[in-house]
Design a binder for this molecule. Structure first.
Ligand code: 13P
Ligand code: ZN
Length: 271
């Protein structure tokens, strides 16, 4: 059997987690990642046996047989690169849809992230819209959280503040950004609310908490977070001085036409 630490999917996952930590998106144990891993990608790296079963207190039947590399609850992002076997686990959704079968990792007896409901429910929602989706990523970017303290939590107005501050935004996420008010984290409820937004958006902001993003690849999800957080930083830096120059709706329209992403913009969002 090959050493899983040399598996491309695991190396990329660890690199991404370290970058997120160094950018300040994941203080302490803040944030979590799940990556859908195909059988062909992991079969040479794990034995067939299930190490232990971890109960899920929600129904993940739509993911039966699918495997995910996930971060552990309470695990510090800064430590993932030094000890992947403790901080990460490869889980497969069992035949009852209510159990996670541990195939590798969590060697200290730990469990998947407390946000597993939001992750798995978002995977279910997203796979219906885009069968290539593999990643759900949650983190705590500071400027974006600050923005949720001072701006209305309305999807259209929040998205447009971001789109109008920085040219690349509407090209990177022309569908906009979903926004949830404060909801108790780690619950099935926040999972259901997040997954419902994921039908329309690849990024969902959690007010006073952080962001959930999805993508076909770790790079795609990470790139959306970077772009939103960079723009929130620009916006929050400029706001106290008084903002006088923003990108107009006509210019946003020029951008989406030029980059051929016009069809993703919701009706009525650009005048
Ligand atoms: P976990 O340590 O359980 O992953 O929780 C971190 C977090 O960000 C909760 O929202
Ligand atoms: Zn969080």
């Amino acid at each position: 059997m090959k050493n899983i630490l040399s598996a491309p999917f695991l190396k990329e996952f660890v690199r991404t987690a370290s970058n997120m930590y160094r950018l300040g998106y994941d203080e302490r144990n803040g944030g979590n990642i799940s990556l859908l891993v195909d059988y062909d990608e992991y079969k040479d790296f794990v034995t067939e046996g299930v190490i232990r079963e971890i109960p899920l207190n929600f129904d993940a039947s739509e993911l039966i047989g699918k495997a995910f590399l996930v971060t552990g609850t309470g695990k510090y992002f800064k430590n993932i690169e030094y000890d992947p076997e403790v901080n990460l686990g490869l889980i497969r959704i069992g035949k009852d849809g209510k159990t996670a079968e541990l195939l590798w990792g969590f060697v200290d007896g730990s469990r998947p992230t407390s946000e597993l409901p939001s992750h798995l429910m978002s995977h279910i929602a997203r796979l219906k819209v885009n069968p290539n989706n593999k990643v759900v990523m949650h983190c705590h970017p500071g400027n974006l959280i600050a923005m949720t303290l001072v701006e209305k939590l309305d999807e259209k107005s929040f998205t447009k503040l971001i789109w109008k501050s920085n040219t690349e935004c509407i090209v990177v996420f022309p569908e906009g950004i979903g926004v949830l008010p404060w909801v108790l984290c780690g619950t099935n409820l926040i999972g259901e609310l997040t997954a419902a937004k994921m039908k329309d958006y690849r990024a969902v902001v959690w007010a006073n908490h952080g962001i959930f993003v999805v993508g076909d690849t770790l790079d795609e999800a990470f790139g959306i977070v970077e772009t939103i957080e960079k723009t929130a930083q620009i916006y929050m830096t400029a706001k106290p001085f008084g903002i006088i120059n923003t990108i107009t709706d006509a210019q946003l329209l020029e951008l989406v036409k030029f980059f051929k992403v016009e069809k993703f913009v919701k009706d009525g969002w650009l005048e």
